[in-house]
Design a protein around this ligand. Structure first.
Ligand SMILES: Cc1cc2nc3c(=O)[nH]c(=O)nc-3n(C[C@H](O)[C@H](O)[C@H](O)COP(=O)(O)OP(=O)(O)OC[C@H]3O[C@@H](n4cnc5c(N)ncnc54)[C@H](O)[C@@H]3O)c2cc1C
Length: 501
């Protein structure tokens, strides 16, 4: 008899876990609260404009491909990667702009325009971080840490020291590079996991390094085309996705998870329950008894550190803006002070921003002659309780962003060409996807909340209960969550010793 698995949530973590388990012979049903699947990796369509709701930068293309090969499928039959060059275009308030190409010859030309010393520093920094990345990838990201001995052994501890995780990203970057514009370009990318480059471990300097060394890729149709591809595979392998089903409780009997409950709908039962809902939310709301929460009590959840959130402005434009590349950064004055606002409960007055303009290379995301543009600003999460996100706040953010965009050469008339505009706030992250505290990336991947110290995939208190997603090991971001789906699947296979295939 095939074992039945219930997955709570159709985020990228839940969907990928479903594919892996289906391919190994399990029966899988996913229950998703929203009417659409994808969770935080979602889509906004306002004809003629298509926007990726949040995630747009795809690191480690091979991790995205691996989900298909795990199920003995060819990714080429489902998704189409398009090369992005330059990886980034950077704009500064003094009117300068720089392209960071994936081509080494062009890149060096850009770097030398800062200074020869900074160009050499950049290459040295990348050499050092590349070495650390390989250690982290082998010894941390791809390992489960379910048992203390997996982490607290001499080889892991030596590896931890080799990754020199104790300095911050800013400290590491500024050791090699002196030009402030270049430092800010690299620091901004360490923000992608939702920790400050001035506080978070220097291992996150690996984000710009991976982007440069392995390249950034666009998926035709946007990142959401990956979600659609996962959905197609799930149905092909016999899985089921039930939307508009909000789980209110994980049913536990004799310390064993046996099913899920919804207020309005029927209870459903399964042999294994995997929660893809944000881990702290799962602990706070879906597990009712204190005993079954284990160490994750209300007090502990309050004490833990959480990543920042984001405000997004979506702009449907009537005309094309070839001045923009796919991934653009506007790195504003008082960079450090403004970045730190997102971690101290304040809105940045001179926000630096990420500008995503995929329609320059992807006509499937636009049906007119214009652009689908999203602009992302890092803001505090709702746990600070300092910003109401009422209409006035949203319009203030919107106006500041539009005013900044208009200072970029060639974008002066942008406001006149807005045909559609939409907004996304931390409140939407909380209300739509049950993201605990409205964070963008879940639990902050600080040193004390990574590897063995991050929540594990398997409940210590409840048998047959597992977790997958941003707030568990190895951490946030689409590709890292896909690694989490692999690790949790291996754990389930080990525990159930199933060999159905
Ligand atoms: C603004 C922003 C920008 C980002 N940019 C990038 C980027 O460029 N690149 C990148 O790699 N990553 C990016 N990320 C991060 C990335 O989107 C997430 O790490 C990833 O999507 C998380 O996937 P997940 O499976 O862990 O969880 P989620 O996407 O949170 O999925 C959880 C699912 O569970 C559902 N759910 C919750 N509670 C219940 C319940 N009670 N019953 C039923 N269903 C429930 C939710 O509705 C959701 O569908 C970004 C995130 C944000 C917010």
């Amino acid at each position: 008899m095939k074992k039945s698995v219930i997955i709570i949530g159709a985020g990228v973590g839940g969907l990928a876990t479903a594919i892996r388990l289906l391919s190994r012979g399990y029966n899988v049903k996913i229950y998703e609260k929203q009417k659409t699947i994808g969770g935080r990796t979602n889509q906004l369509i306002h004809d003629p404009f298509t926007f990726d709701l949040t995630a747009s930068i795809l690191l480690n293309r091979e991790i995205l491909e691996e989900v298909f090969s795990y199920a003995h499928l060819d990714f080429n039959d489902y998704i189409e990667f398009v090369k992005i060059d330059p990886t980034y275009r950077c704009f500064y308030p003094d009117g300068t702009q720089y392209d960071f190409s994936r081509d080494l010859v062009s890149l060096i030309k850009t770097l030398e325009s800062f200074s020869i010393e900074d160009s050499i520093g950049y290459i040295k920094l990348f050499g050092e971080v590349y070495e650390r990345y390989n250690i982290a990838n082998r010894d941390f990201l791809q390992r489960s840490f379910e048992n203390p001995v997996d982490f607290f052994n001499p080889s892991s501890l030596i590896s931890a020291l080799k990754t020199k995780a104790f300095s911050t990203s800013y400290q590491l970057i500024s050791e090699y590079i002196k030009d402030e514009k270049l430092i800010n370009f690299l620091c901004y990318q360490s923000l992608y996991v939702g920790v400050s480059p001035y506080e978070g471990p220097s291992i996150y300097a690996l984000v710009p390094v991976i982007s440069q060394l392995y390249g950034l890729w666009h998926l035709r149709g946007g990142v959401y085309s990956y979600i659609k591809a996962l959905e197609k595979v799930i149905y092909q392998l016999g899985g089921e996705i039930i939307t508009n089903y909000s789980v209110d409780e994980i049913i536990i009997s004799d310390d064993k998870a046996i099913g899920v409950k919804s207020k309005e709908l029927d209870e459903v039962y399964g042999d294994i329950i995997v929660s893809n809902a944000d881990f702290p939310y799962t602990m706070a709301h879906l597990i009712k008894s204190g005993h079954h929460k284990g160490e994750y009590t209300k007090e502990k959840l309050k004490e833990m550190k959480y990543s920042c959130s984001s405000f997004i402005l979506y702009l449907g434009l009537k005309t094309k803006y070839p001045q923009l590349s796919v991934h653009n950064l506007y790195l504003n004055t008082n960079f450090k002070e403004n970045v730190e606002f997102a971690f101290t409960g304040k809105l940045p007055p001179d926000a630096s921003m990420y500008i995503y303009c995929p329609t320059g290379i992807d006509d499937s995301m636009i049906k007119n002659e214009g652009e689908s543009l999203s602009v992302v600003v890092r803001v505090p999460n709702l746990l600070f309780d300092s910003i109401s996100w009422d209409k006035a706040t949203v319009m203030d953010m919107r106006n500041r962003i539009v005013d900044t965009l208009k200072t970029i050469k060639g974008l002066e008339d942008l406001e006149e060409n807005i045909e559609y505009e939409g907004y996304f706030t931390p409140k939407d992250l909380k209300n739509d996807f049950n993201s605990y505290g409205g964070t963008a990336y879940g639990l902050s991947p600080t040193l004390t909340q990574t590897n063995y110290f991050r929540p594990h995939f398997k409940s210590t208190q409840v048998k047959n209960l597992y977790f997958v997603g941003s707030s568990v090991h190895p951490g946030p971001g689409v590709s890292i969550v896909l690694l989490s789906s692999k690790l949790v699947t291996e754990e389930i296979l080990k525990d159930t010793s199933s060999r159905f295939y």
